[in-house]
Design a binder for this molecule. Structure first.
Ligand code: AMP
Length: 484
């Protein structure tokens, strides 16, 4: 999972300030690396490992001038993390273009072998964006004349959709304008906004609406599944529907990934989490158990914990204090390292546990490391009963579209009943949201018609091209990366 923003300002303007503001607003989508490529007479880049505020200094801003710029923050995944993979990527020849994406190309290895291998082209990175960039640039290079037309970009996007499988939202710039496209199934989010100034219109395309909010842009609309946008020298946005597949946005964005103050495809993430909490509160009541307090695992479970508690007539309390300066625990190389840093990251407040029956709520349970630690700490703090709750259903299948999940054998819920999961995690019980309640809750918060990609919960992959072999290869890759 990653985040991006691309800006096209009026002639003479510098887009870099809005790009950096935007990147800060989506830092939650990736803390591993950040980069910007801007165009003024030529492409200029600054990329590096680390947080946005660590990578960029004033001296870089002097260099990154011009009205066209694209920026990216990278989410760390096991086995990657090299600086050759930091986005955006750009080419000066055969067409000048810079590009960034969010997602995962499922036929990356196959394309390396076939499309590229047969022409003796060796890719310079391990990043799947490179195949999108080359396929796009190759098609754009073959256009009849300059300037680039909307038809030229459409042909290039069509070529990408034909060859490149998976989920990817893409933004990019050329010397003449800005382009963006959303994968054929619209799995990854991408939103378009504009701001009017006396000097002329500014346009922005970003992963989440919150980016547009903080950078002062008004939301125009989300790109549709398989849709592209080109804004060329006329400064007029041209949309073209290139793909014709059904829209299946990722439901896990609502559960965990997106910021609560974001709207995805017209649905408020905050409202969705509130509704998820209410539904789970009702489900807890149906179990016949009783508790004294609801305690969220910070940060993402906070919103839902409030409504779950309201629904049950219980207080919602901050039982765990998060140290935000400890790095991400999820992608640590092994389980021991993950467990140690979860403890360092979340410290309890004894008074909220002592002598109480507590509901500990998280957004999701993957390997169960966080939950196991939270239960252990709750008991050490004197809790009488510890009821675990997850406002998403059991995660059981790997995400092939860019959310870093476990291999199948790592999912704690796989092959276990809820009693067995509770025993495995040391809890008195574990309660999950059902898939139907989850979908209905997110729909209630916004668009009633929306169908989602929920492959990680039910194993049905909307792109229809995921084979058992692909899943096995991914599993083996992950095992080699985590154990190797
Ligand atoms: P685990 O400890 O392996 O069960 O993971 C569950 C915890 O990781 C929860 O607290 C989630 O908020 C968080 N989480 C879930 N999915 C992801 C992900 N793809 N990347 C990072 N953190 C995640």
């Amino acid at each position: 999972m990653c985040g991006f923003i691309s800006i096209f300002g009026p002639a003479g303007a510098d887009a870099i300030h809005d790009v950096l503001n935007g990147l800060l607003a989506i830092q939650h989508r990736g803390q591993d690396a950040a980069g910007v490529v801007a165009f003024k007479d030529r492409f200029q880049a600054k990329k590096g490992l680390g947080l946005v505020r660590e990578v960029f200094q004033d001296k870089h801003l002097q260099r990154l001038r011009g009205p066209l710029a694209v920026g990216h923050v990278r989410y760390p995944t096991v086995g990657l993390g090299e600086d050759t993979d930091v986005q955006p990527f750009w080419l000066d020849y055969p067409v000048g273009t810079a590009m960034a994406h969010n997602g995962n190309v499922t036929n990356f290895h196959e394309l390396k072998r076939t499309y590229f291998g047969q022409r003796n082209i060796h890719l310079g990175s391990n990043c799947d964006l490179e195949v999108v960039l080359y396929v796009f640039a190759d098609a754009l290079m073959r256009r009849a004349a300059d300037p680039i037309t909307v038809g030229d970009v459409e042909t290039a996007v069509h070529e990408v959709f034909t060859r490149v499988k998976g989920a990817y939202s893409v933004v990019g710039i050329t010397s003449q304008g800005l382009y963006a496209f959303r994968d054929p199934y619209g799995i990854k989010p991408i939103i378009f906004g504009r701001k009017a100034t006396p000097a002329g219109a500014w346009y922005a395309v970003a992963s989440e609406s919150v980016v547009l909010d903080v950078a002062g842009y008004e939301v125009v609309r989300n790109l549709r599944a398989g849709e592209m946008l080109w804004i060329g020298e006329d400064h007029v946005p041209h949309f073209v529907q290139v793909g014709d597949r059904p829209h299946r946005p990722c439901i896990f964005e609502f559960i965990y990934f997106a910021r609560p103050d974001t709207f995805l495809d017209g649905t408020s993430v905050y409202e969705a989490r509130m509704e998820l909490g209410r539904r789970l509160g009702r489900a807890f009541r149906r179990t016949g158990l009783s508790a004294d307090v609801v305690i969220p695992v910070p940060e993402s479970a906070r919103t839902a914990a409030q409504t779950m508690a309201e629904e049950l007539g219980l207080p919602c309390r901050e039982g765990f204090v998060k140290n935000r300066y400890v790095g991400r625990t999820f992608i640590m190389p092994n389980d021991k390292a993950r467990r140690d840093s979860i403890r360092a990251k979340l410290n309890p407040i004894r008074a909220e546990f002592e002598g109480k029956d507590v509901i500990v709520l998280d957004d999701s349970i993957v390997r169960g490391n966080t939950s196991r630690q939270m239960v252990k700490i709750a008991r050490q703090m004197g809790a009488r009963k510890v009821y675990l709750a997850s406002y998403s259903p059991p995660l059981m299948y790997p995400c092939l579209y860019g959310i870093d999940m476990s291999t199948k054998r790592e999912f704690v819920a796989r092959g276990r009943t809820s009693e067995q999961i509770a025993a495995e995690l040391g809890a008195d019980s574990v309660l999950y949201q059902t898939i139907d309640e989850m979908v209905d809750a997110v729909r209630t918060a916004g668009n009633r018609e929306l169908e989602f990609c929920k492959a990680c919960f039910e194993g049905l992959y909307p792109t229809g091209d995921v084979t058992e072999q692909m899943l096995k290869d991914i599993e083996l890759d992950r095992i080699a990366a985590t154990e190797g």
